[in-house]
Write a protein that binds this ligand. Structure first.
Ligand SMILES: NC(=O)c1ccc[n+]([C@@H]2O[C@H](COP(=O)([O-])OP(=O)(O)OC[C@H]3O[C@@H](n4cnc5c(N)ncnc54)[C@H](O)[C@@H]3O)[C@@H](O)[C@H]2O)c1
Length: 374
């Protein structure tokens, strides 16, 4: 069996459902970089079994635990990935951060389901400078998104004024014990999945959000489903407007009954000078300037040669791991690209949007942060 040597960075995966196994496969494709998955923790036997079969096919010996605490106490891992359901992130993260043995952490988005829990995690992590934490806001790494960001950074579009992100896709998938059917478990659709897009808006406009206005509902999906006598309450469509500190504006158009779309994400960024667009999964980027006009709009195919495994998210999980590994190997000199503050603000924007729907008015980020004081 292929055993990890003393230079190998040893990973443990907490929660080996769909995304945990996706991390396992990504790390296998990174084996040339000196990484190995040595342990998993999951109470659900079918998830354990599927992960074990994968590891066996990779010739990776694996210790299996039913809970994260046993995995941490085993002392086997240098790095842990948290890919458990959203509502468990808080407790699992606090236990990792408070454990005497330092473990670097890659936590799936959203950081936590509430602002209060995110803040507690941020504060606890501050006291552990020996631990690196990266948040899985991986859309930043998708090649067309990264290319569009490069164009924005070069200044080719001028000062960004508007960012519109359309996600039109299939409904939420079925998860282990159907945890993703209820807001109390996910944080709400605008936290659960849209934290990705709020993070991208911040990245493109280069500023923090001030206030959020949203309209949304559960109109089509999950209406005929019942779990323990309850019908799901997760919204399946919304429009969200975000205003930023520098006067820029963002807009999210989310529809989760739109399988009849060529692209799942369409991003438009407009500055004073020009406009750029990114399309996923077509992996196309377009950009042009006001002066040169429509005839001079350029179209590029965005690729990244470093990607050895495309997986479920167009190579972004692979690049996310590559980035985190580089932060780990440089012992934090190269900070994780997506840090806890990014995780916190993306959740705060989602919470503000969910509250805005409930209250029917603009919700400020300040009140979202204050309302959830601990
Ligand atoms: N990056 C992305 O775009 C992306 C995509 C999908 C899911 N996710 C995130 O990944 C996480 C997992 O989602 P999923 O789709 O894999 O769900 P899933 O239901 O397929 O898997 C979750 C697994 O966690 C296990 N689990 C539950 N509580 C646990 C605990 N306390 N300790 C250890 N294991 C536990 C479950 O038994 C299950 O096997 C969620 O936070 C989700 O939001 C991110």
């Amino acid at each position: 069996m292929a055993a990890a040597n003393h230079n190998t960075v040893k990973y443990g995966i907490i929660g080996v459902g769909m995304m945990g196994r996706e991390h396992l496969i990504n790390l296998y494709h990174l084996r040339g970089e000196g990484v190995a998955v040595v342990a998993i923790a999951d109470p659900h036997i079918p998830s354990q079994q599927l992960a074990l079969e994968l590891a066996q096919s990779f010739n990776w010996p694996l210790k299996i635990f039913s809970g994260h605490q046993e995995l941490l106490n085993s002392g086997l891992c240098d790095v842990v990935i948290v890919s458990t359901p959203n509502m468990t992130h808080y407790q699992v993260l606090m236990d990792i951060i408070n454990h005497p043995k330092p473990h670097h952490v890659l936590v799936e988005k959203p950081l936590c389901t509430t602002v209060a829990h995110c803040k507690e995690v941020v504060n606890a992590a501050r006291k552990r400078p020996d631990i690196l934490v990266q948040v899985g806001l991986e859309y930043r790494y998708m090649p067309p998104v990264a290319k569009l960001f490069e164009i924005v950074k070069e200044g080719s579009l001028g000062q960004v004024k508007m960012v519109a992100i359309r996600e039109h896709r299939f409904p939420f998938l079925v998860k282990v014990n159907n945890w993703n059917r209820f807001n109390e478990n996910t944080g709400g659709t605008l936290v659960e999945k849209c934290c990705h897009f709020f993070d991208l808006m911040r990245l493109f406009v280069g500023a923090n959000p001030v206030r959020v206005m949203a309209s949304g509902a559960i109109d089509v999906n999950h209406k005929n489903e019942i779990y323990d006598g309850r019908v799901p309450d997760i919204i399946d469509n919304a429009y969200v407007i975000v205003e930023f500190e520098n006067g820029s504006r963002g807009m999210l158009d989310l529809c989760m009954f739109a399988e009849g779309s060529k692209n799942e994400q369409e991003i438009s960024v407009v500055g004073e000078i020009g406009k750029g667009e990114a399309f996923v999964p077509e992996s196309i980027v377009r950009f042009g300037t006001r002066v040169a006009g429509r005839d001079a709009v350029q179209t590029l195919k965005a690729d990244d040669d470093r990607i050895k495994y495309d997986g479920l998210h167009h190579g972004s999980s692979y690049l996310e791991h590559l980035n985190f590994l580089s932060a780990i190997r440089t012992k934090g000199e190269k900070a994780p690209a997506v840090d806890l503050q990014d995780g916190l603000i993306s959740v705060a924007m989602g919470v503000a949007a969910q509250l805005s729907i409930e209250k029917g008015r603009f919700v400020t980020i300040e009140e979202t942060m204050a309302e959830h004081k601990f």
